[in-house]
Design a protein around this ligand. Structure first.
Ligand SMILES: [Zn+2]
Length: 277
């Protein structure tokens, strides 16, 4: 009899574990069903997030649902004396959720918290030279994405990224793109891909575009993707994500193969978010 109870409990546990995400989603649907952004929150997005103004009604509704979920599940904390208010948390969540607009909850499953500094901040870092000596120094940073699930952002740069939605720079898009990349366990410019995209195809298309950027820089040719993308493959993916959302028309003209792959990966085409292009 005891054995039967134990087997029963084991079966229930296995089914629960196997269906854990489904059960969690069902719970969230109930929990967040009645929670919506206030009129004040939406006004704030209209004022500070130009891309939000150009989203379709369906996209806006989807983004707002995501923001509610994000604010319920992640912490946004101030550093260096910065007091984070609702408005600041909504803007950070909105930018973060735009990247994963077409994804299902849980969004960024590894992310636990976002730390906001008032502006650029000093971070200590170490490097080891050829002789094996470790050097300690400080570097000025605007943001970081840690594999453990913490993001660090300069609030000043979060606002700047939103103020000019077509310049190809958005700190939140950049750092959260690193989080997408890090979901696989390594930071190498290859996030977890949907089954429609093979890892071989992703590697070939991104490598070609990465090499082209390096050539453009070497010969001082014009380029749409910011030069920082040539740092390494991980930075290339983060910078390309910023370019894709903020300069879609230019990226499609210059790198059509890469642009189409990103449309497939993100499951949206941001072209209509920039009516002036
Ligand atoms: Zn980066």
């Amino acid at each position: 009899m005891v054995n039967l109870v134990l087997i029963g409990l084991l079966v229930v546990f296995c089914i629960g574990y196997w269906r854990f995400v489904d059960i969690q989603r069902w719970w969230w649907q109930r929990q967040y069903a009645t929670q919506v952004l206030s009129a004040q929150d939406k006004q704030l997005l209209l004022q500070y997030m130009p891309i939000y103004r150009n989203l379709s009604a369906h996209e806006r509704a989807q983004l707002e649902r995501h923001i509610v979920w994000f604010l319920g599940e992640k912490r946004v904390l101030g550093r260096d004396g910065l007091k984070v208010n609702r408005a600041m948390a909504v803007i950070v969540a909105a930018d973060a959720c735009l990247l994963v607009l077409q994804q299902a909850w849980p969004l960024y499953p590894n992310v636990k918290e976002v730390l906001l500094y008032p502006s650029s901040y000093y971070a200590s870092q170490t490097s080891t030279d050829a002789a094996g000596l470790v050097n300690y120094h400080t570097a000025i940073r605007q943001g970081e994405s840690w594999p453990g699930g913490t993001l660090v952002l300069s609030w000043h740069d979060v606002l700047e990224g939103n103020r000019l939605p077509g310049d190809g720079h958005n700190l939140v898009f950049h750092e959260f793109a690193h989080q997408l990349d890090q979901q696989t366990g390594s930071t190498n410019g290859t996030p977890a891909l949907p089954k429609e995209i093979s890892y071989q195809q992703w590697g070939e298309v991104l490598t070609r575009a990465y090499q082209r950027l390096k050539t453009q820089l070497a010969y001082q040719m014009p380029h749409t993707i910011h030069s920082y993308g040539a740092t390494n493959e991980a930075e290339f993916f983060a910078v390309v994500t910023e370019t894709f959302i903020e300069k879609p028309s230019q990226l499609r003209r210059e790198e059509p193969e890469l642009f189409n792959l990103l449309v497939q990966y993100f499951r949206f085409d941001p072209s209509h978010w920039h009516p002036s292009y």
